[in-house]
Design a protein around this ligand. Structure first.
Ligand code: F6P
Length: 371
């Protein structure tokens, strides 16, 4: 009898339980044993488990979050007491103790990388792509994205009526890390007047001009959808220079110094959307307010599309395991699924291409992208 382990790692995302249920049910139906590890790679290290029998898999399809718990802990850099240690060997021990044939890791870009690190230690690994950011390389889409898109779109719809009533600018900050999928998608679907994404560094004067143009046309309110990673042209230049320094570092010491400088710059970016809101008020003379959607976008029941995607990928995952595949990510491809070698996924990020049809569509309905 085959034994499989499952863990969920990184930020939680709607659809995780639907995926756990699909993997579990398809595995049990194929005569496999299923064990869950709590709180991501930490639970694997500490051997904290939950046996996923049929009753544990019932009633979780529509539930948000992850019944297994999650964490952002990395196998090779695990905080243990006052130290940060490489705990991969402890994870191999747990894997062997349970006589696992495969470990399935559900997560975003960071999890793909962490799971890949365990491949080197001889574990059979299969991953699934989840994140509201939709930025995992190699898959058409990630589960969690559609739900967050629906939540952010509804928020923009609701902000419209209050912005209109008060003749205000309402700036809405949308998650997505360094990718603009969520802000662009929700911004278009919600009819935002301005959409700012990390892929297109903005010029605030251009944004203010677009808002003033609306005022002159009698529409003295505006909705500005801002991706949390969006930045001005000036900031983007400084950040890209810092990233370049990491790439070109000649030795380890130089690299870690360059990385520390980048972390410092990224920390300074926190609060950027509030500064942008105040600046737009100054430039346009329109009263401005900021709404940060934050973790609301990750909470609650998954959309139908995410339940469907997670169920599709979860069951395909068991098919690939039955075929003896490992070292793969189960990528969404059209209506089906593809077993993509993990080495083709790690270290890359799927950002919005500048020639993406969503960008063209936004421009053609008169949305300013701050260019
Ligand atoms: O990756 C998902 C995500 O929600 C990002 O959009 C966001 O930048 C980040 O996680 C927030 O992380 P945390 O939940 O650790 O604050």
């Amino acid at each position: 009898m085959k034994s499989i382990g499952i863990l969920t790692a990184g930020g939680d995302s709607p659809g995780l339980n639907a995926a756990i249920r699909a993997i579990g049910k398809a595995a049990l139906e194929s005569g496999m044993q299923v064990i869950g590890f709590r709180d991501g790679f930490r639970g694997l290290m500490e051997n904290r488990t939950v046996r996923l029998r049929s009753d544990a898999l019932s009633g979780i399809l529509t539930v948000g979050g992850t019944v297994l718990g999650t964490s952002r802990d990395k196998p090779h850099k695990m905080p243990v007491g006052s130290k940060t240690l490489d705990m991969r060997e402890a994870m191999v021990d747990t894997y062997q103790k349970h006589h696992l044939d495969v470990l399935i890791c559900l997560g975003g870009g960071g999890t793909q990388k962490n799971a890949y690190r365990l491949l080197d230690n001889g574990l059979n690994i299969v991953t699934l792509p989840k994140t509201i950011d939709n930025d995992v390389y190699g898959t058409d889409v990630t589960f969690g994205f559609d739900t967050a898109l629906v939540i952010a779109t509804e928020a923009i719809d609701r902000l419209h009526s209050t912005a209109h009533s008060h003749h205000r600018i309402i700036v809405v900050e949308i998650m997505g890390h360094n990718a603009g999928w969520l802000a662009l998608g929700a911004g278009i679907a919600g009819g935002s007047d301005v959409i700012l994404i990390p892929e297109i560094p903005y010029d605030i004067e251009v944004v203010a001009k677009a808002i003033n143009r609306r005022s002159r046309a009698g529409k003295n309110f505006s909705i500005v959808a801002v991706s949390e990673g969006a930045m001005s042209k000036e900031d983007a230049k400084v950040l890209n220079k810092a990233r370049d320094k990491i790439e070109k570092a000649k030795d380890k010491a130089e690299k870690s110094k360059a990385k520390a400088a980048l972390t410092e710059l990224e920390a300074q970016h926190v609060g950027n959307t509030l500064r942008l809101t105040r600046h737009l008020e100054e430039l346009t003379g329109l009263e401005s307010r900021l709404t940060i959607l934050g973790h609301l976008q990750r909470g609650g029941t998954p959309s139908a599309a995410d339940r469907l995607l997670a169920t599709r990928l979860g069951t395909a995952c068991i098919d690939f395991i039955k075929e003896g595949k490992s070292g793969i990510m189960v990528a969404a491809r059209g209506e089906g699924a593809e077993a993509l070698p993990l080495e083709q996924v790690v270290g890359k990020r799927k950002v919005v291409p500048l020639d993406h049809p969503w960008i063209d569509a936004a421009r053609r309905v008169g949305t300013s992208l701050g260019e």
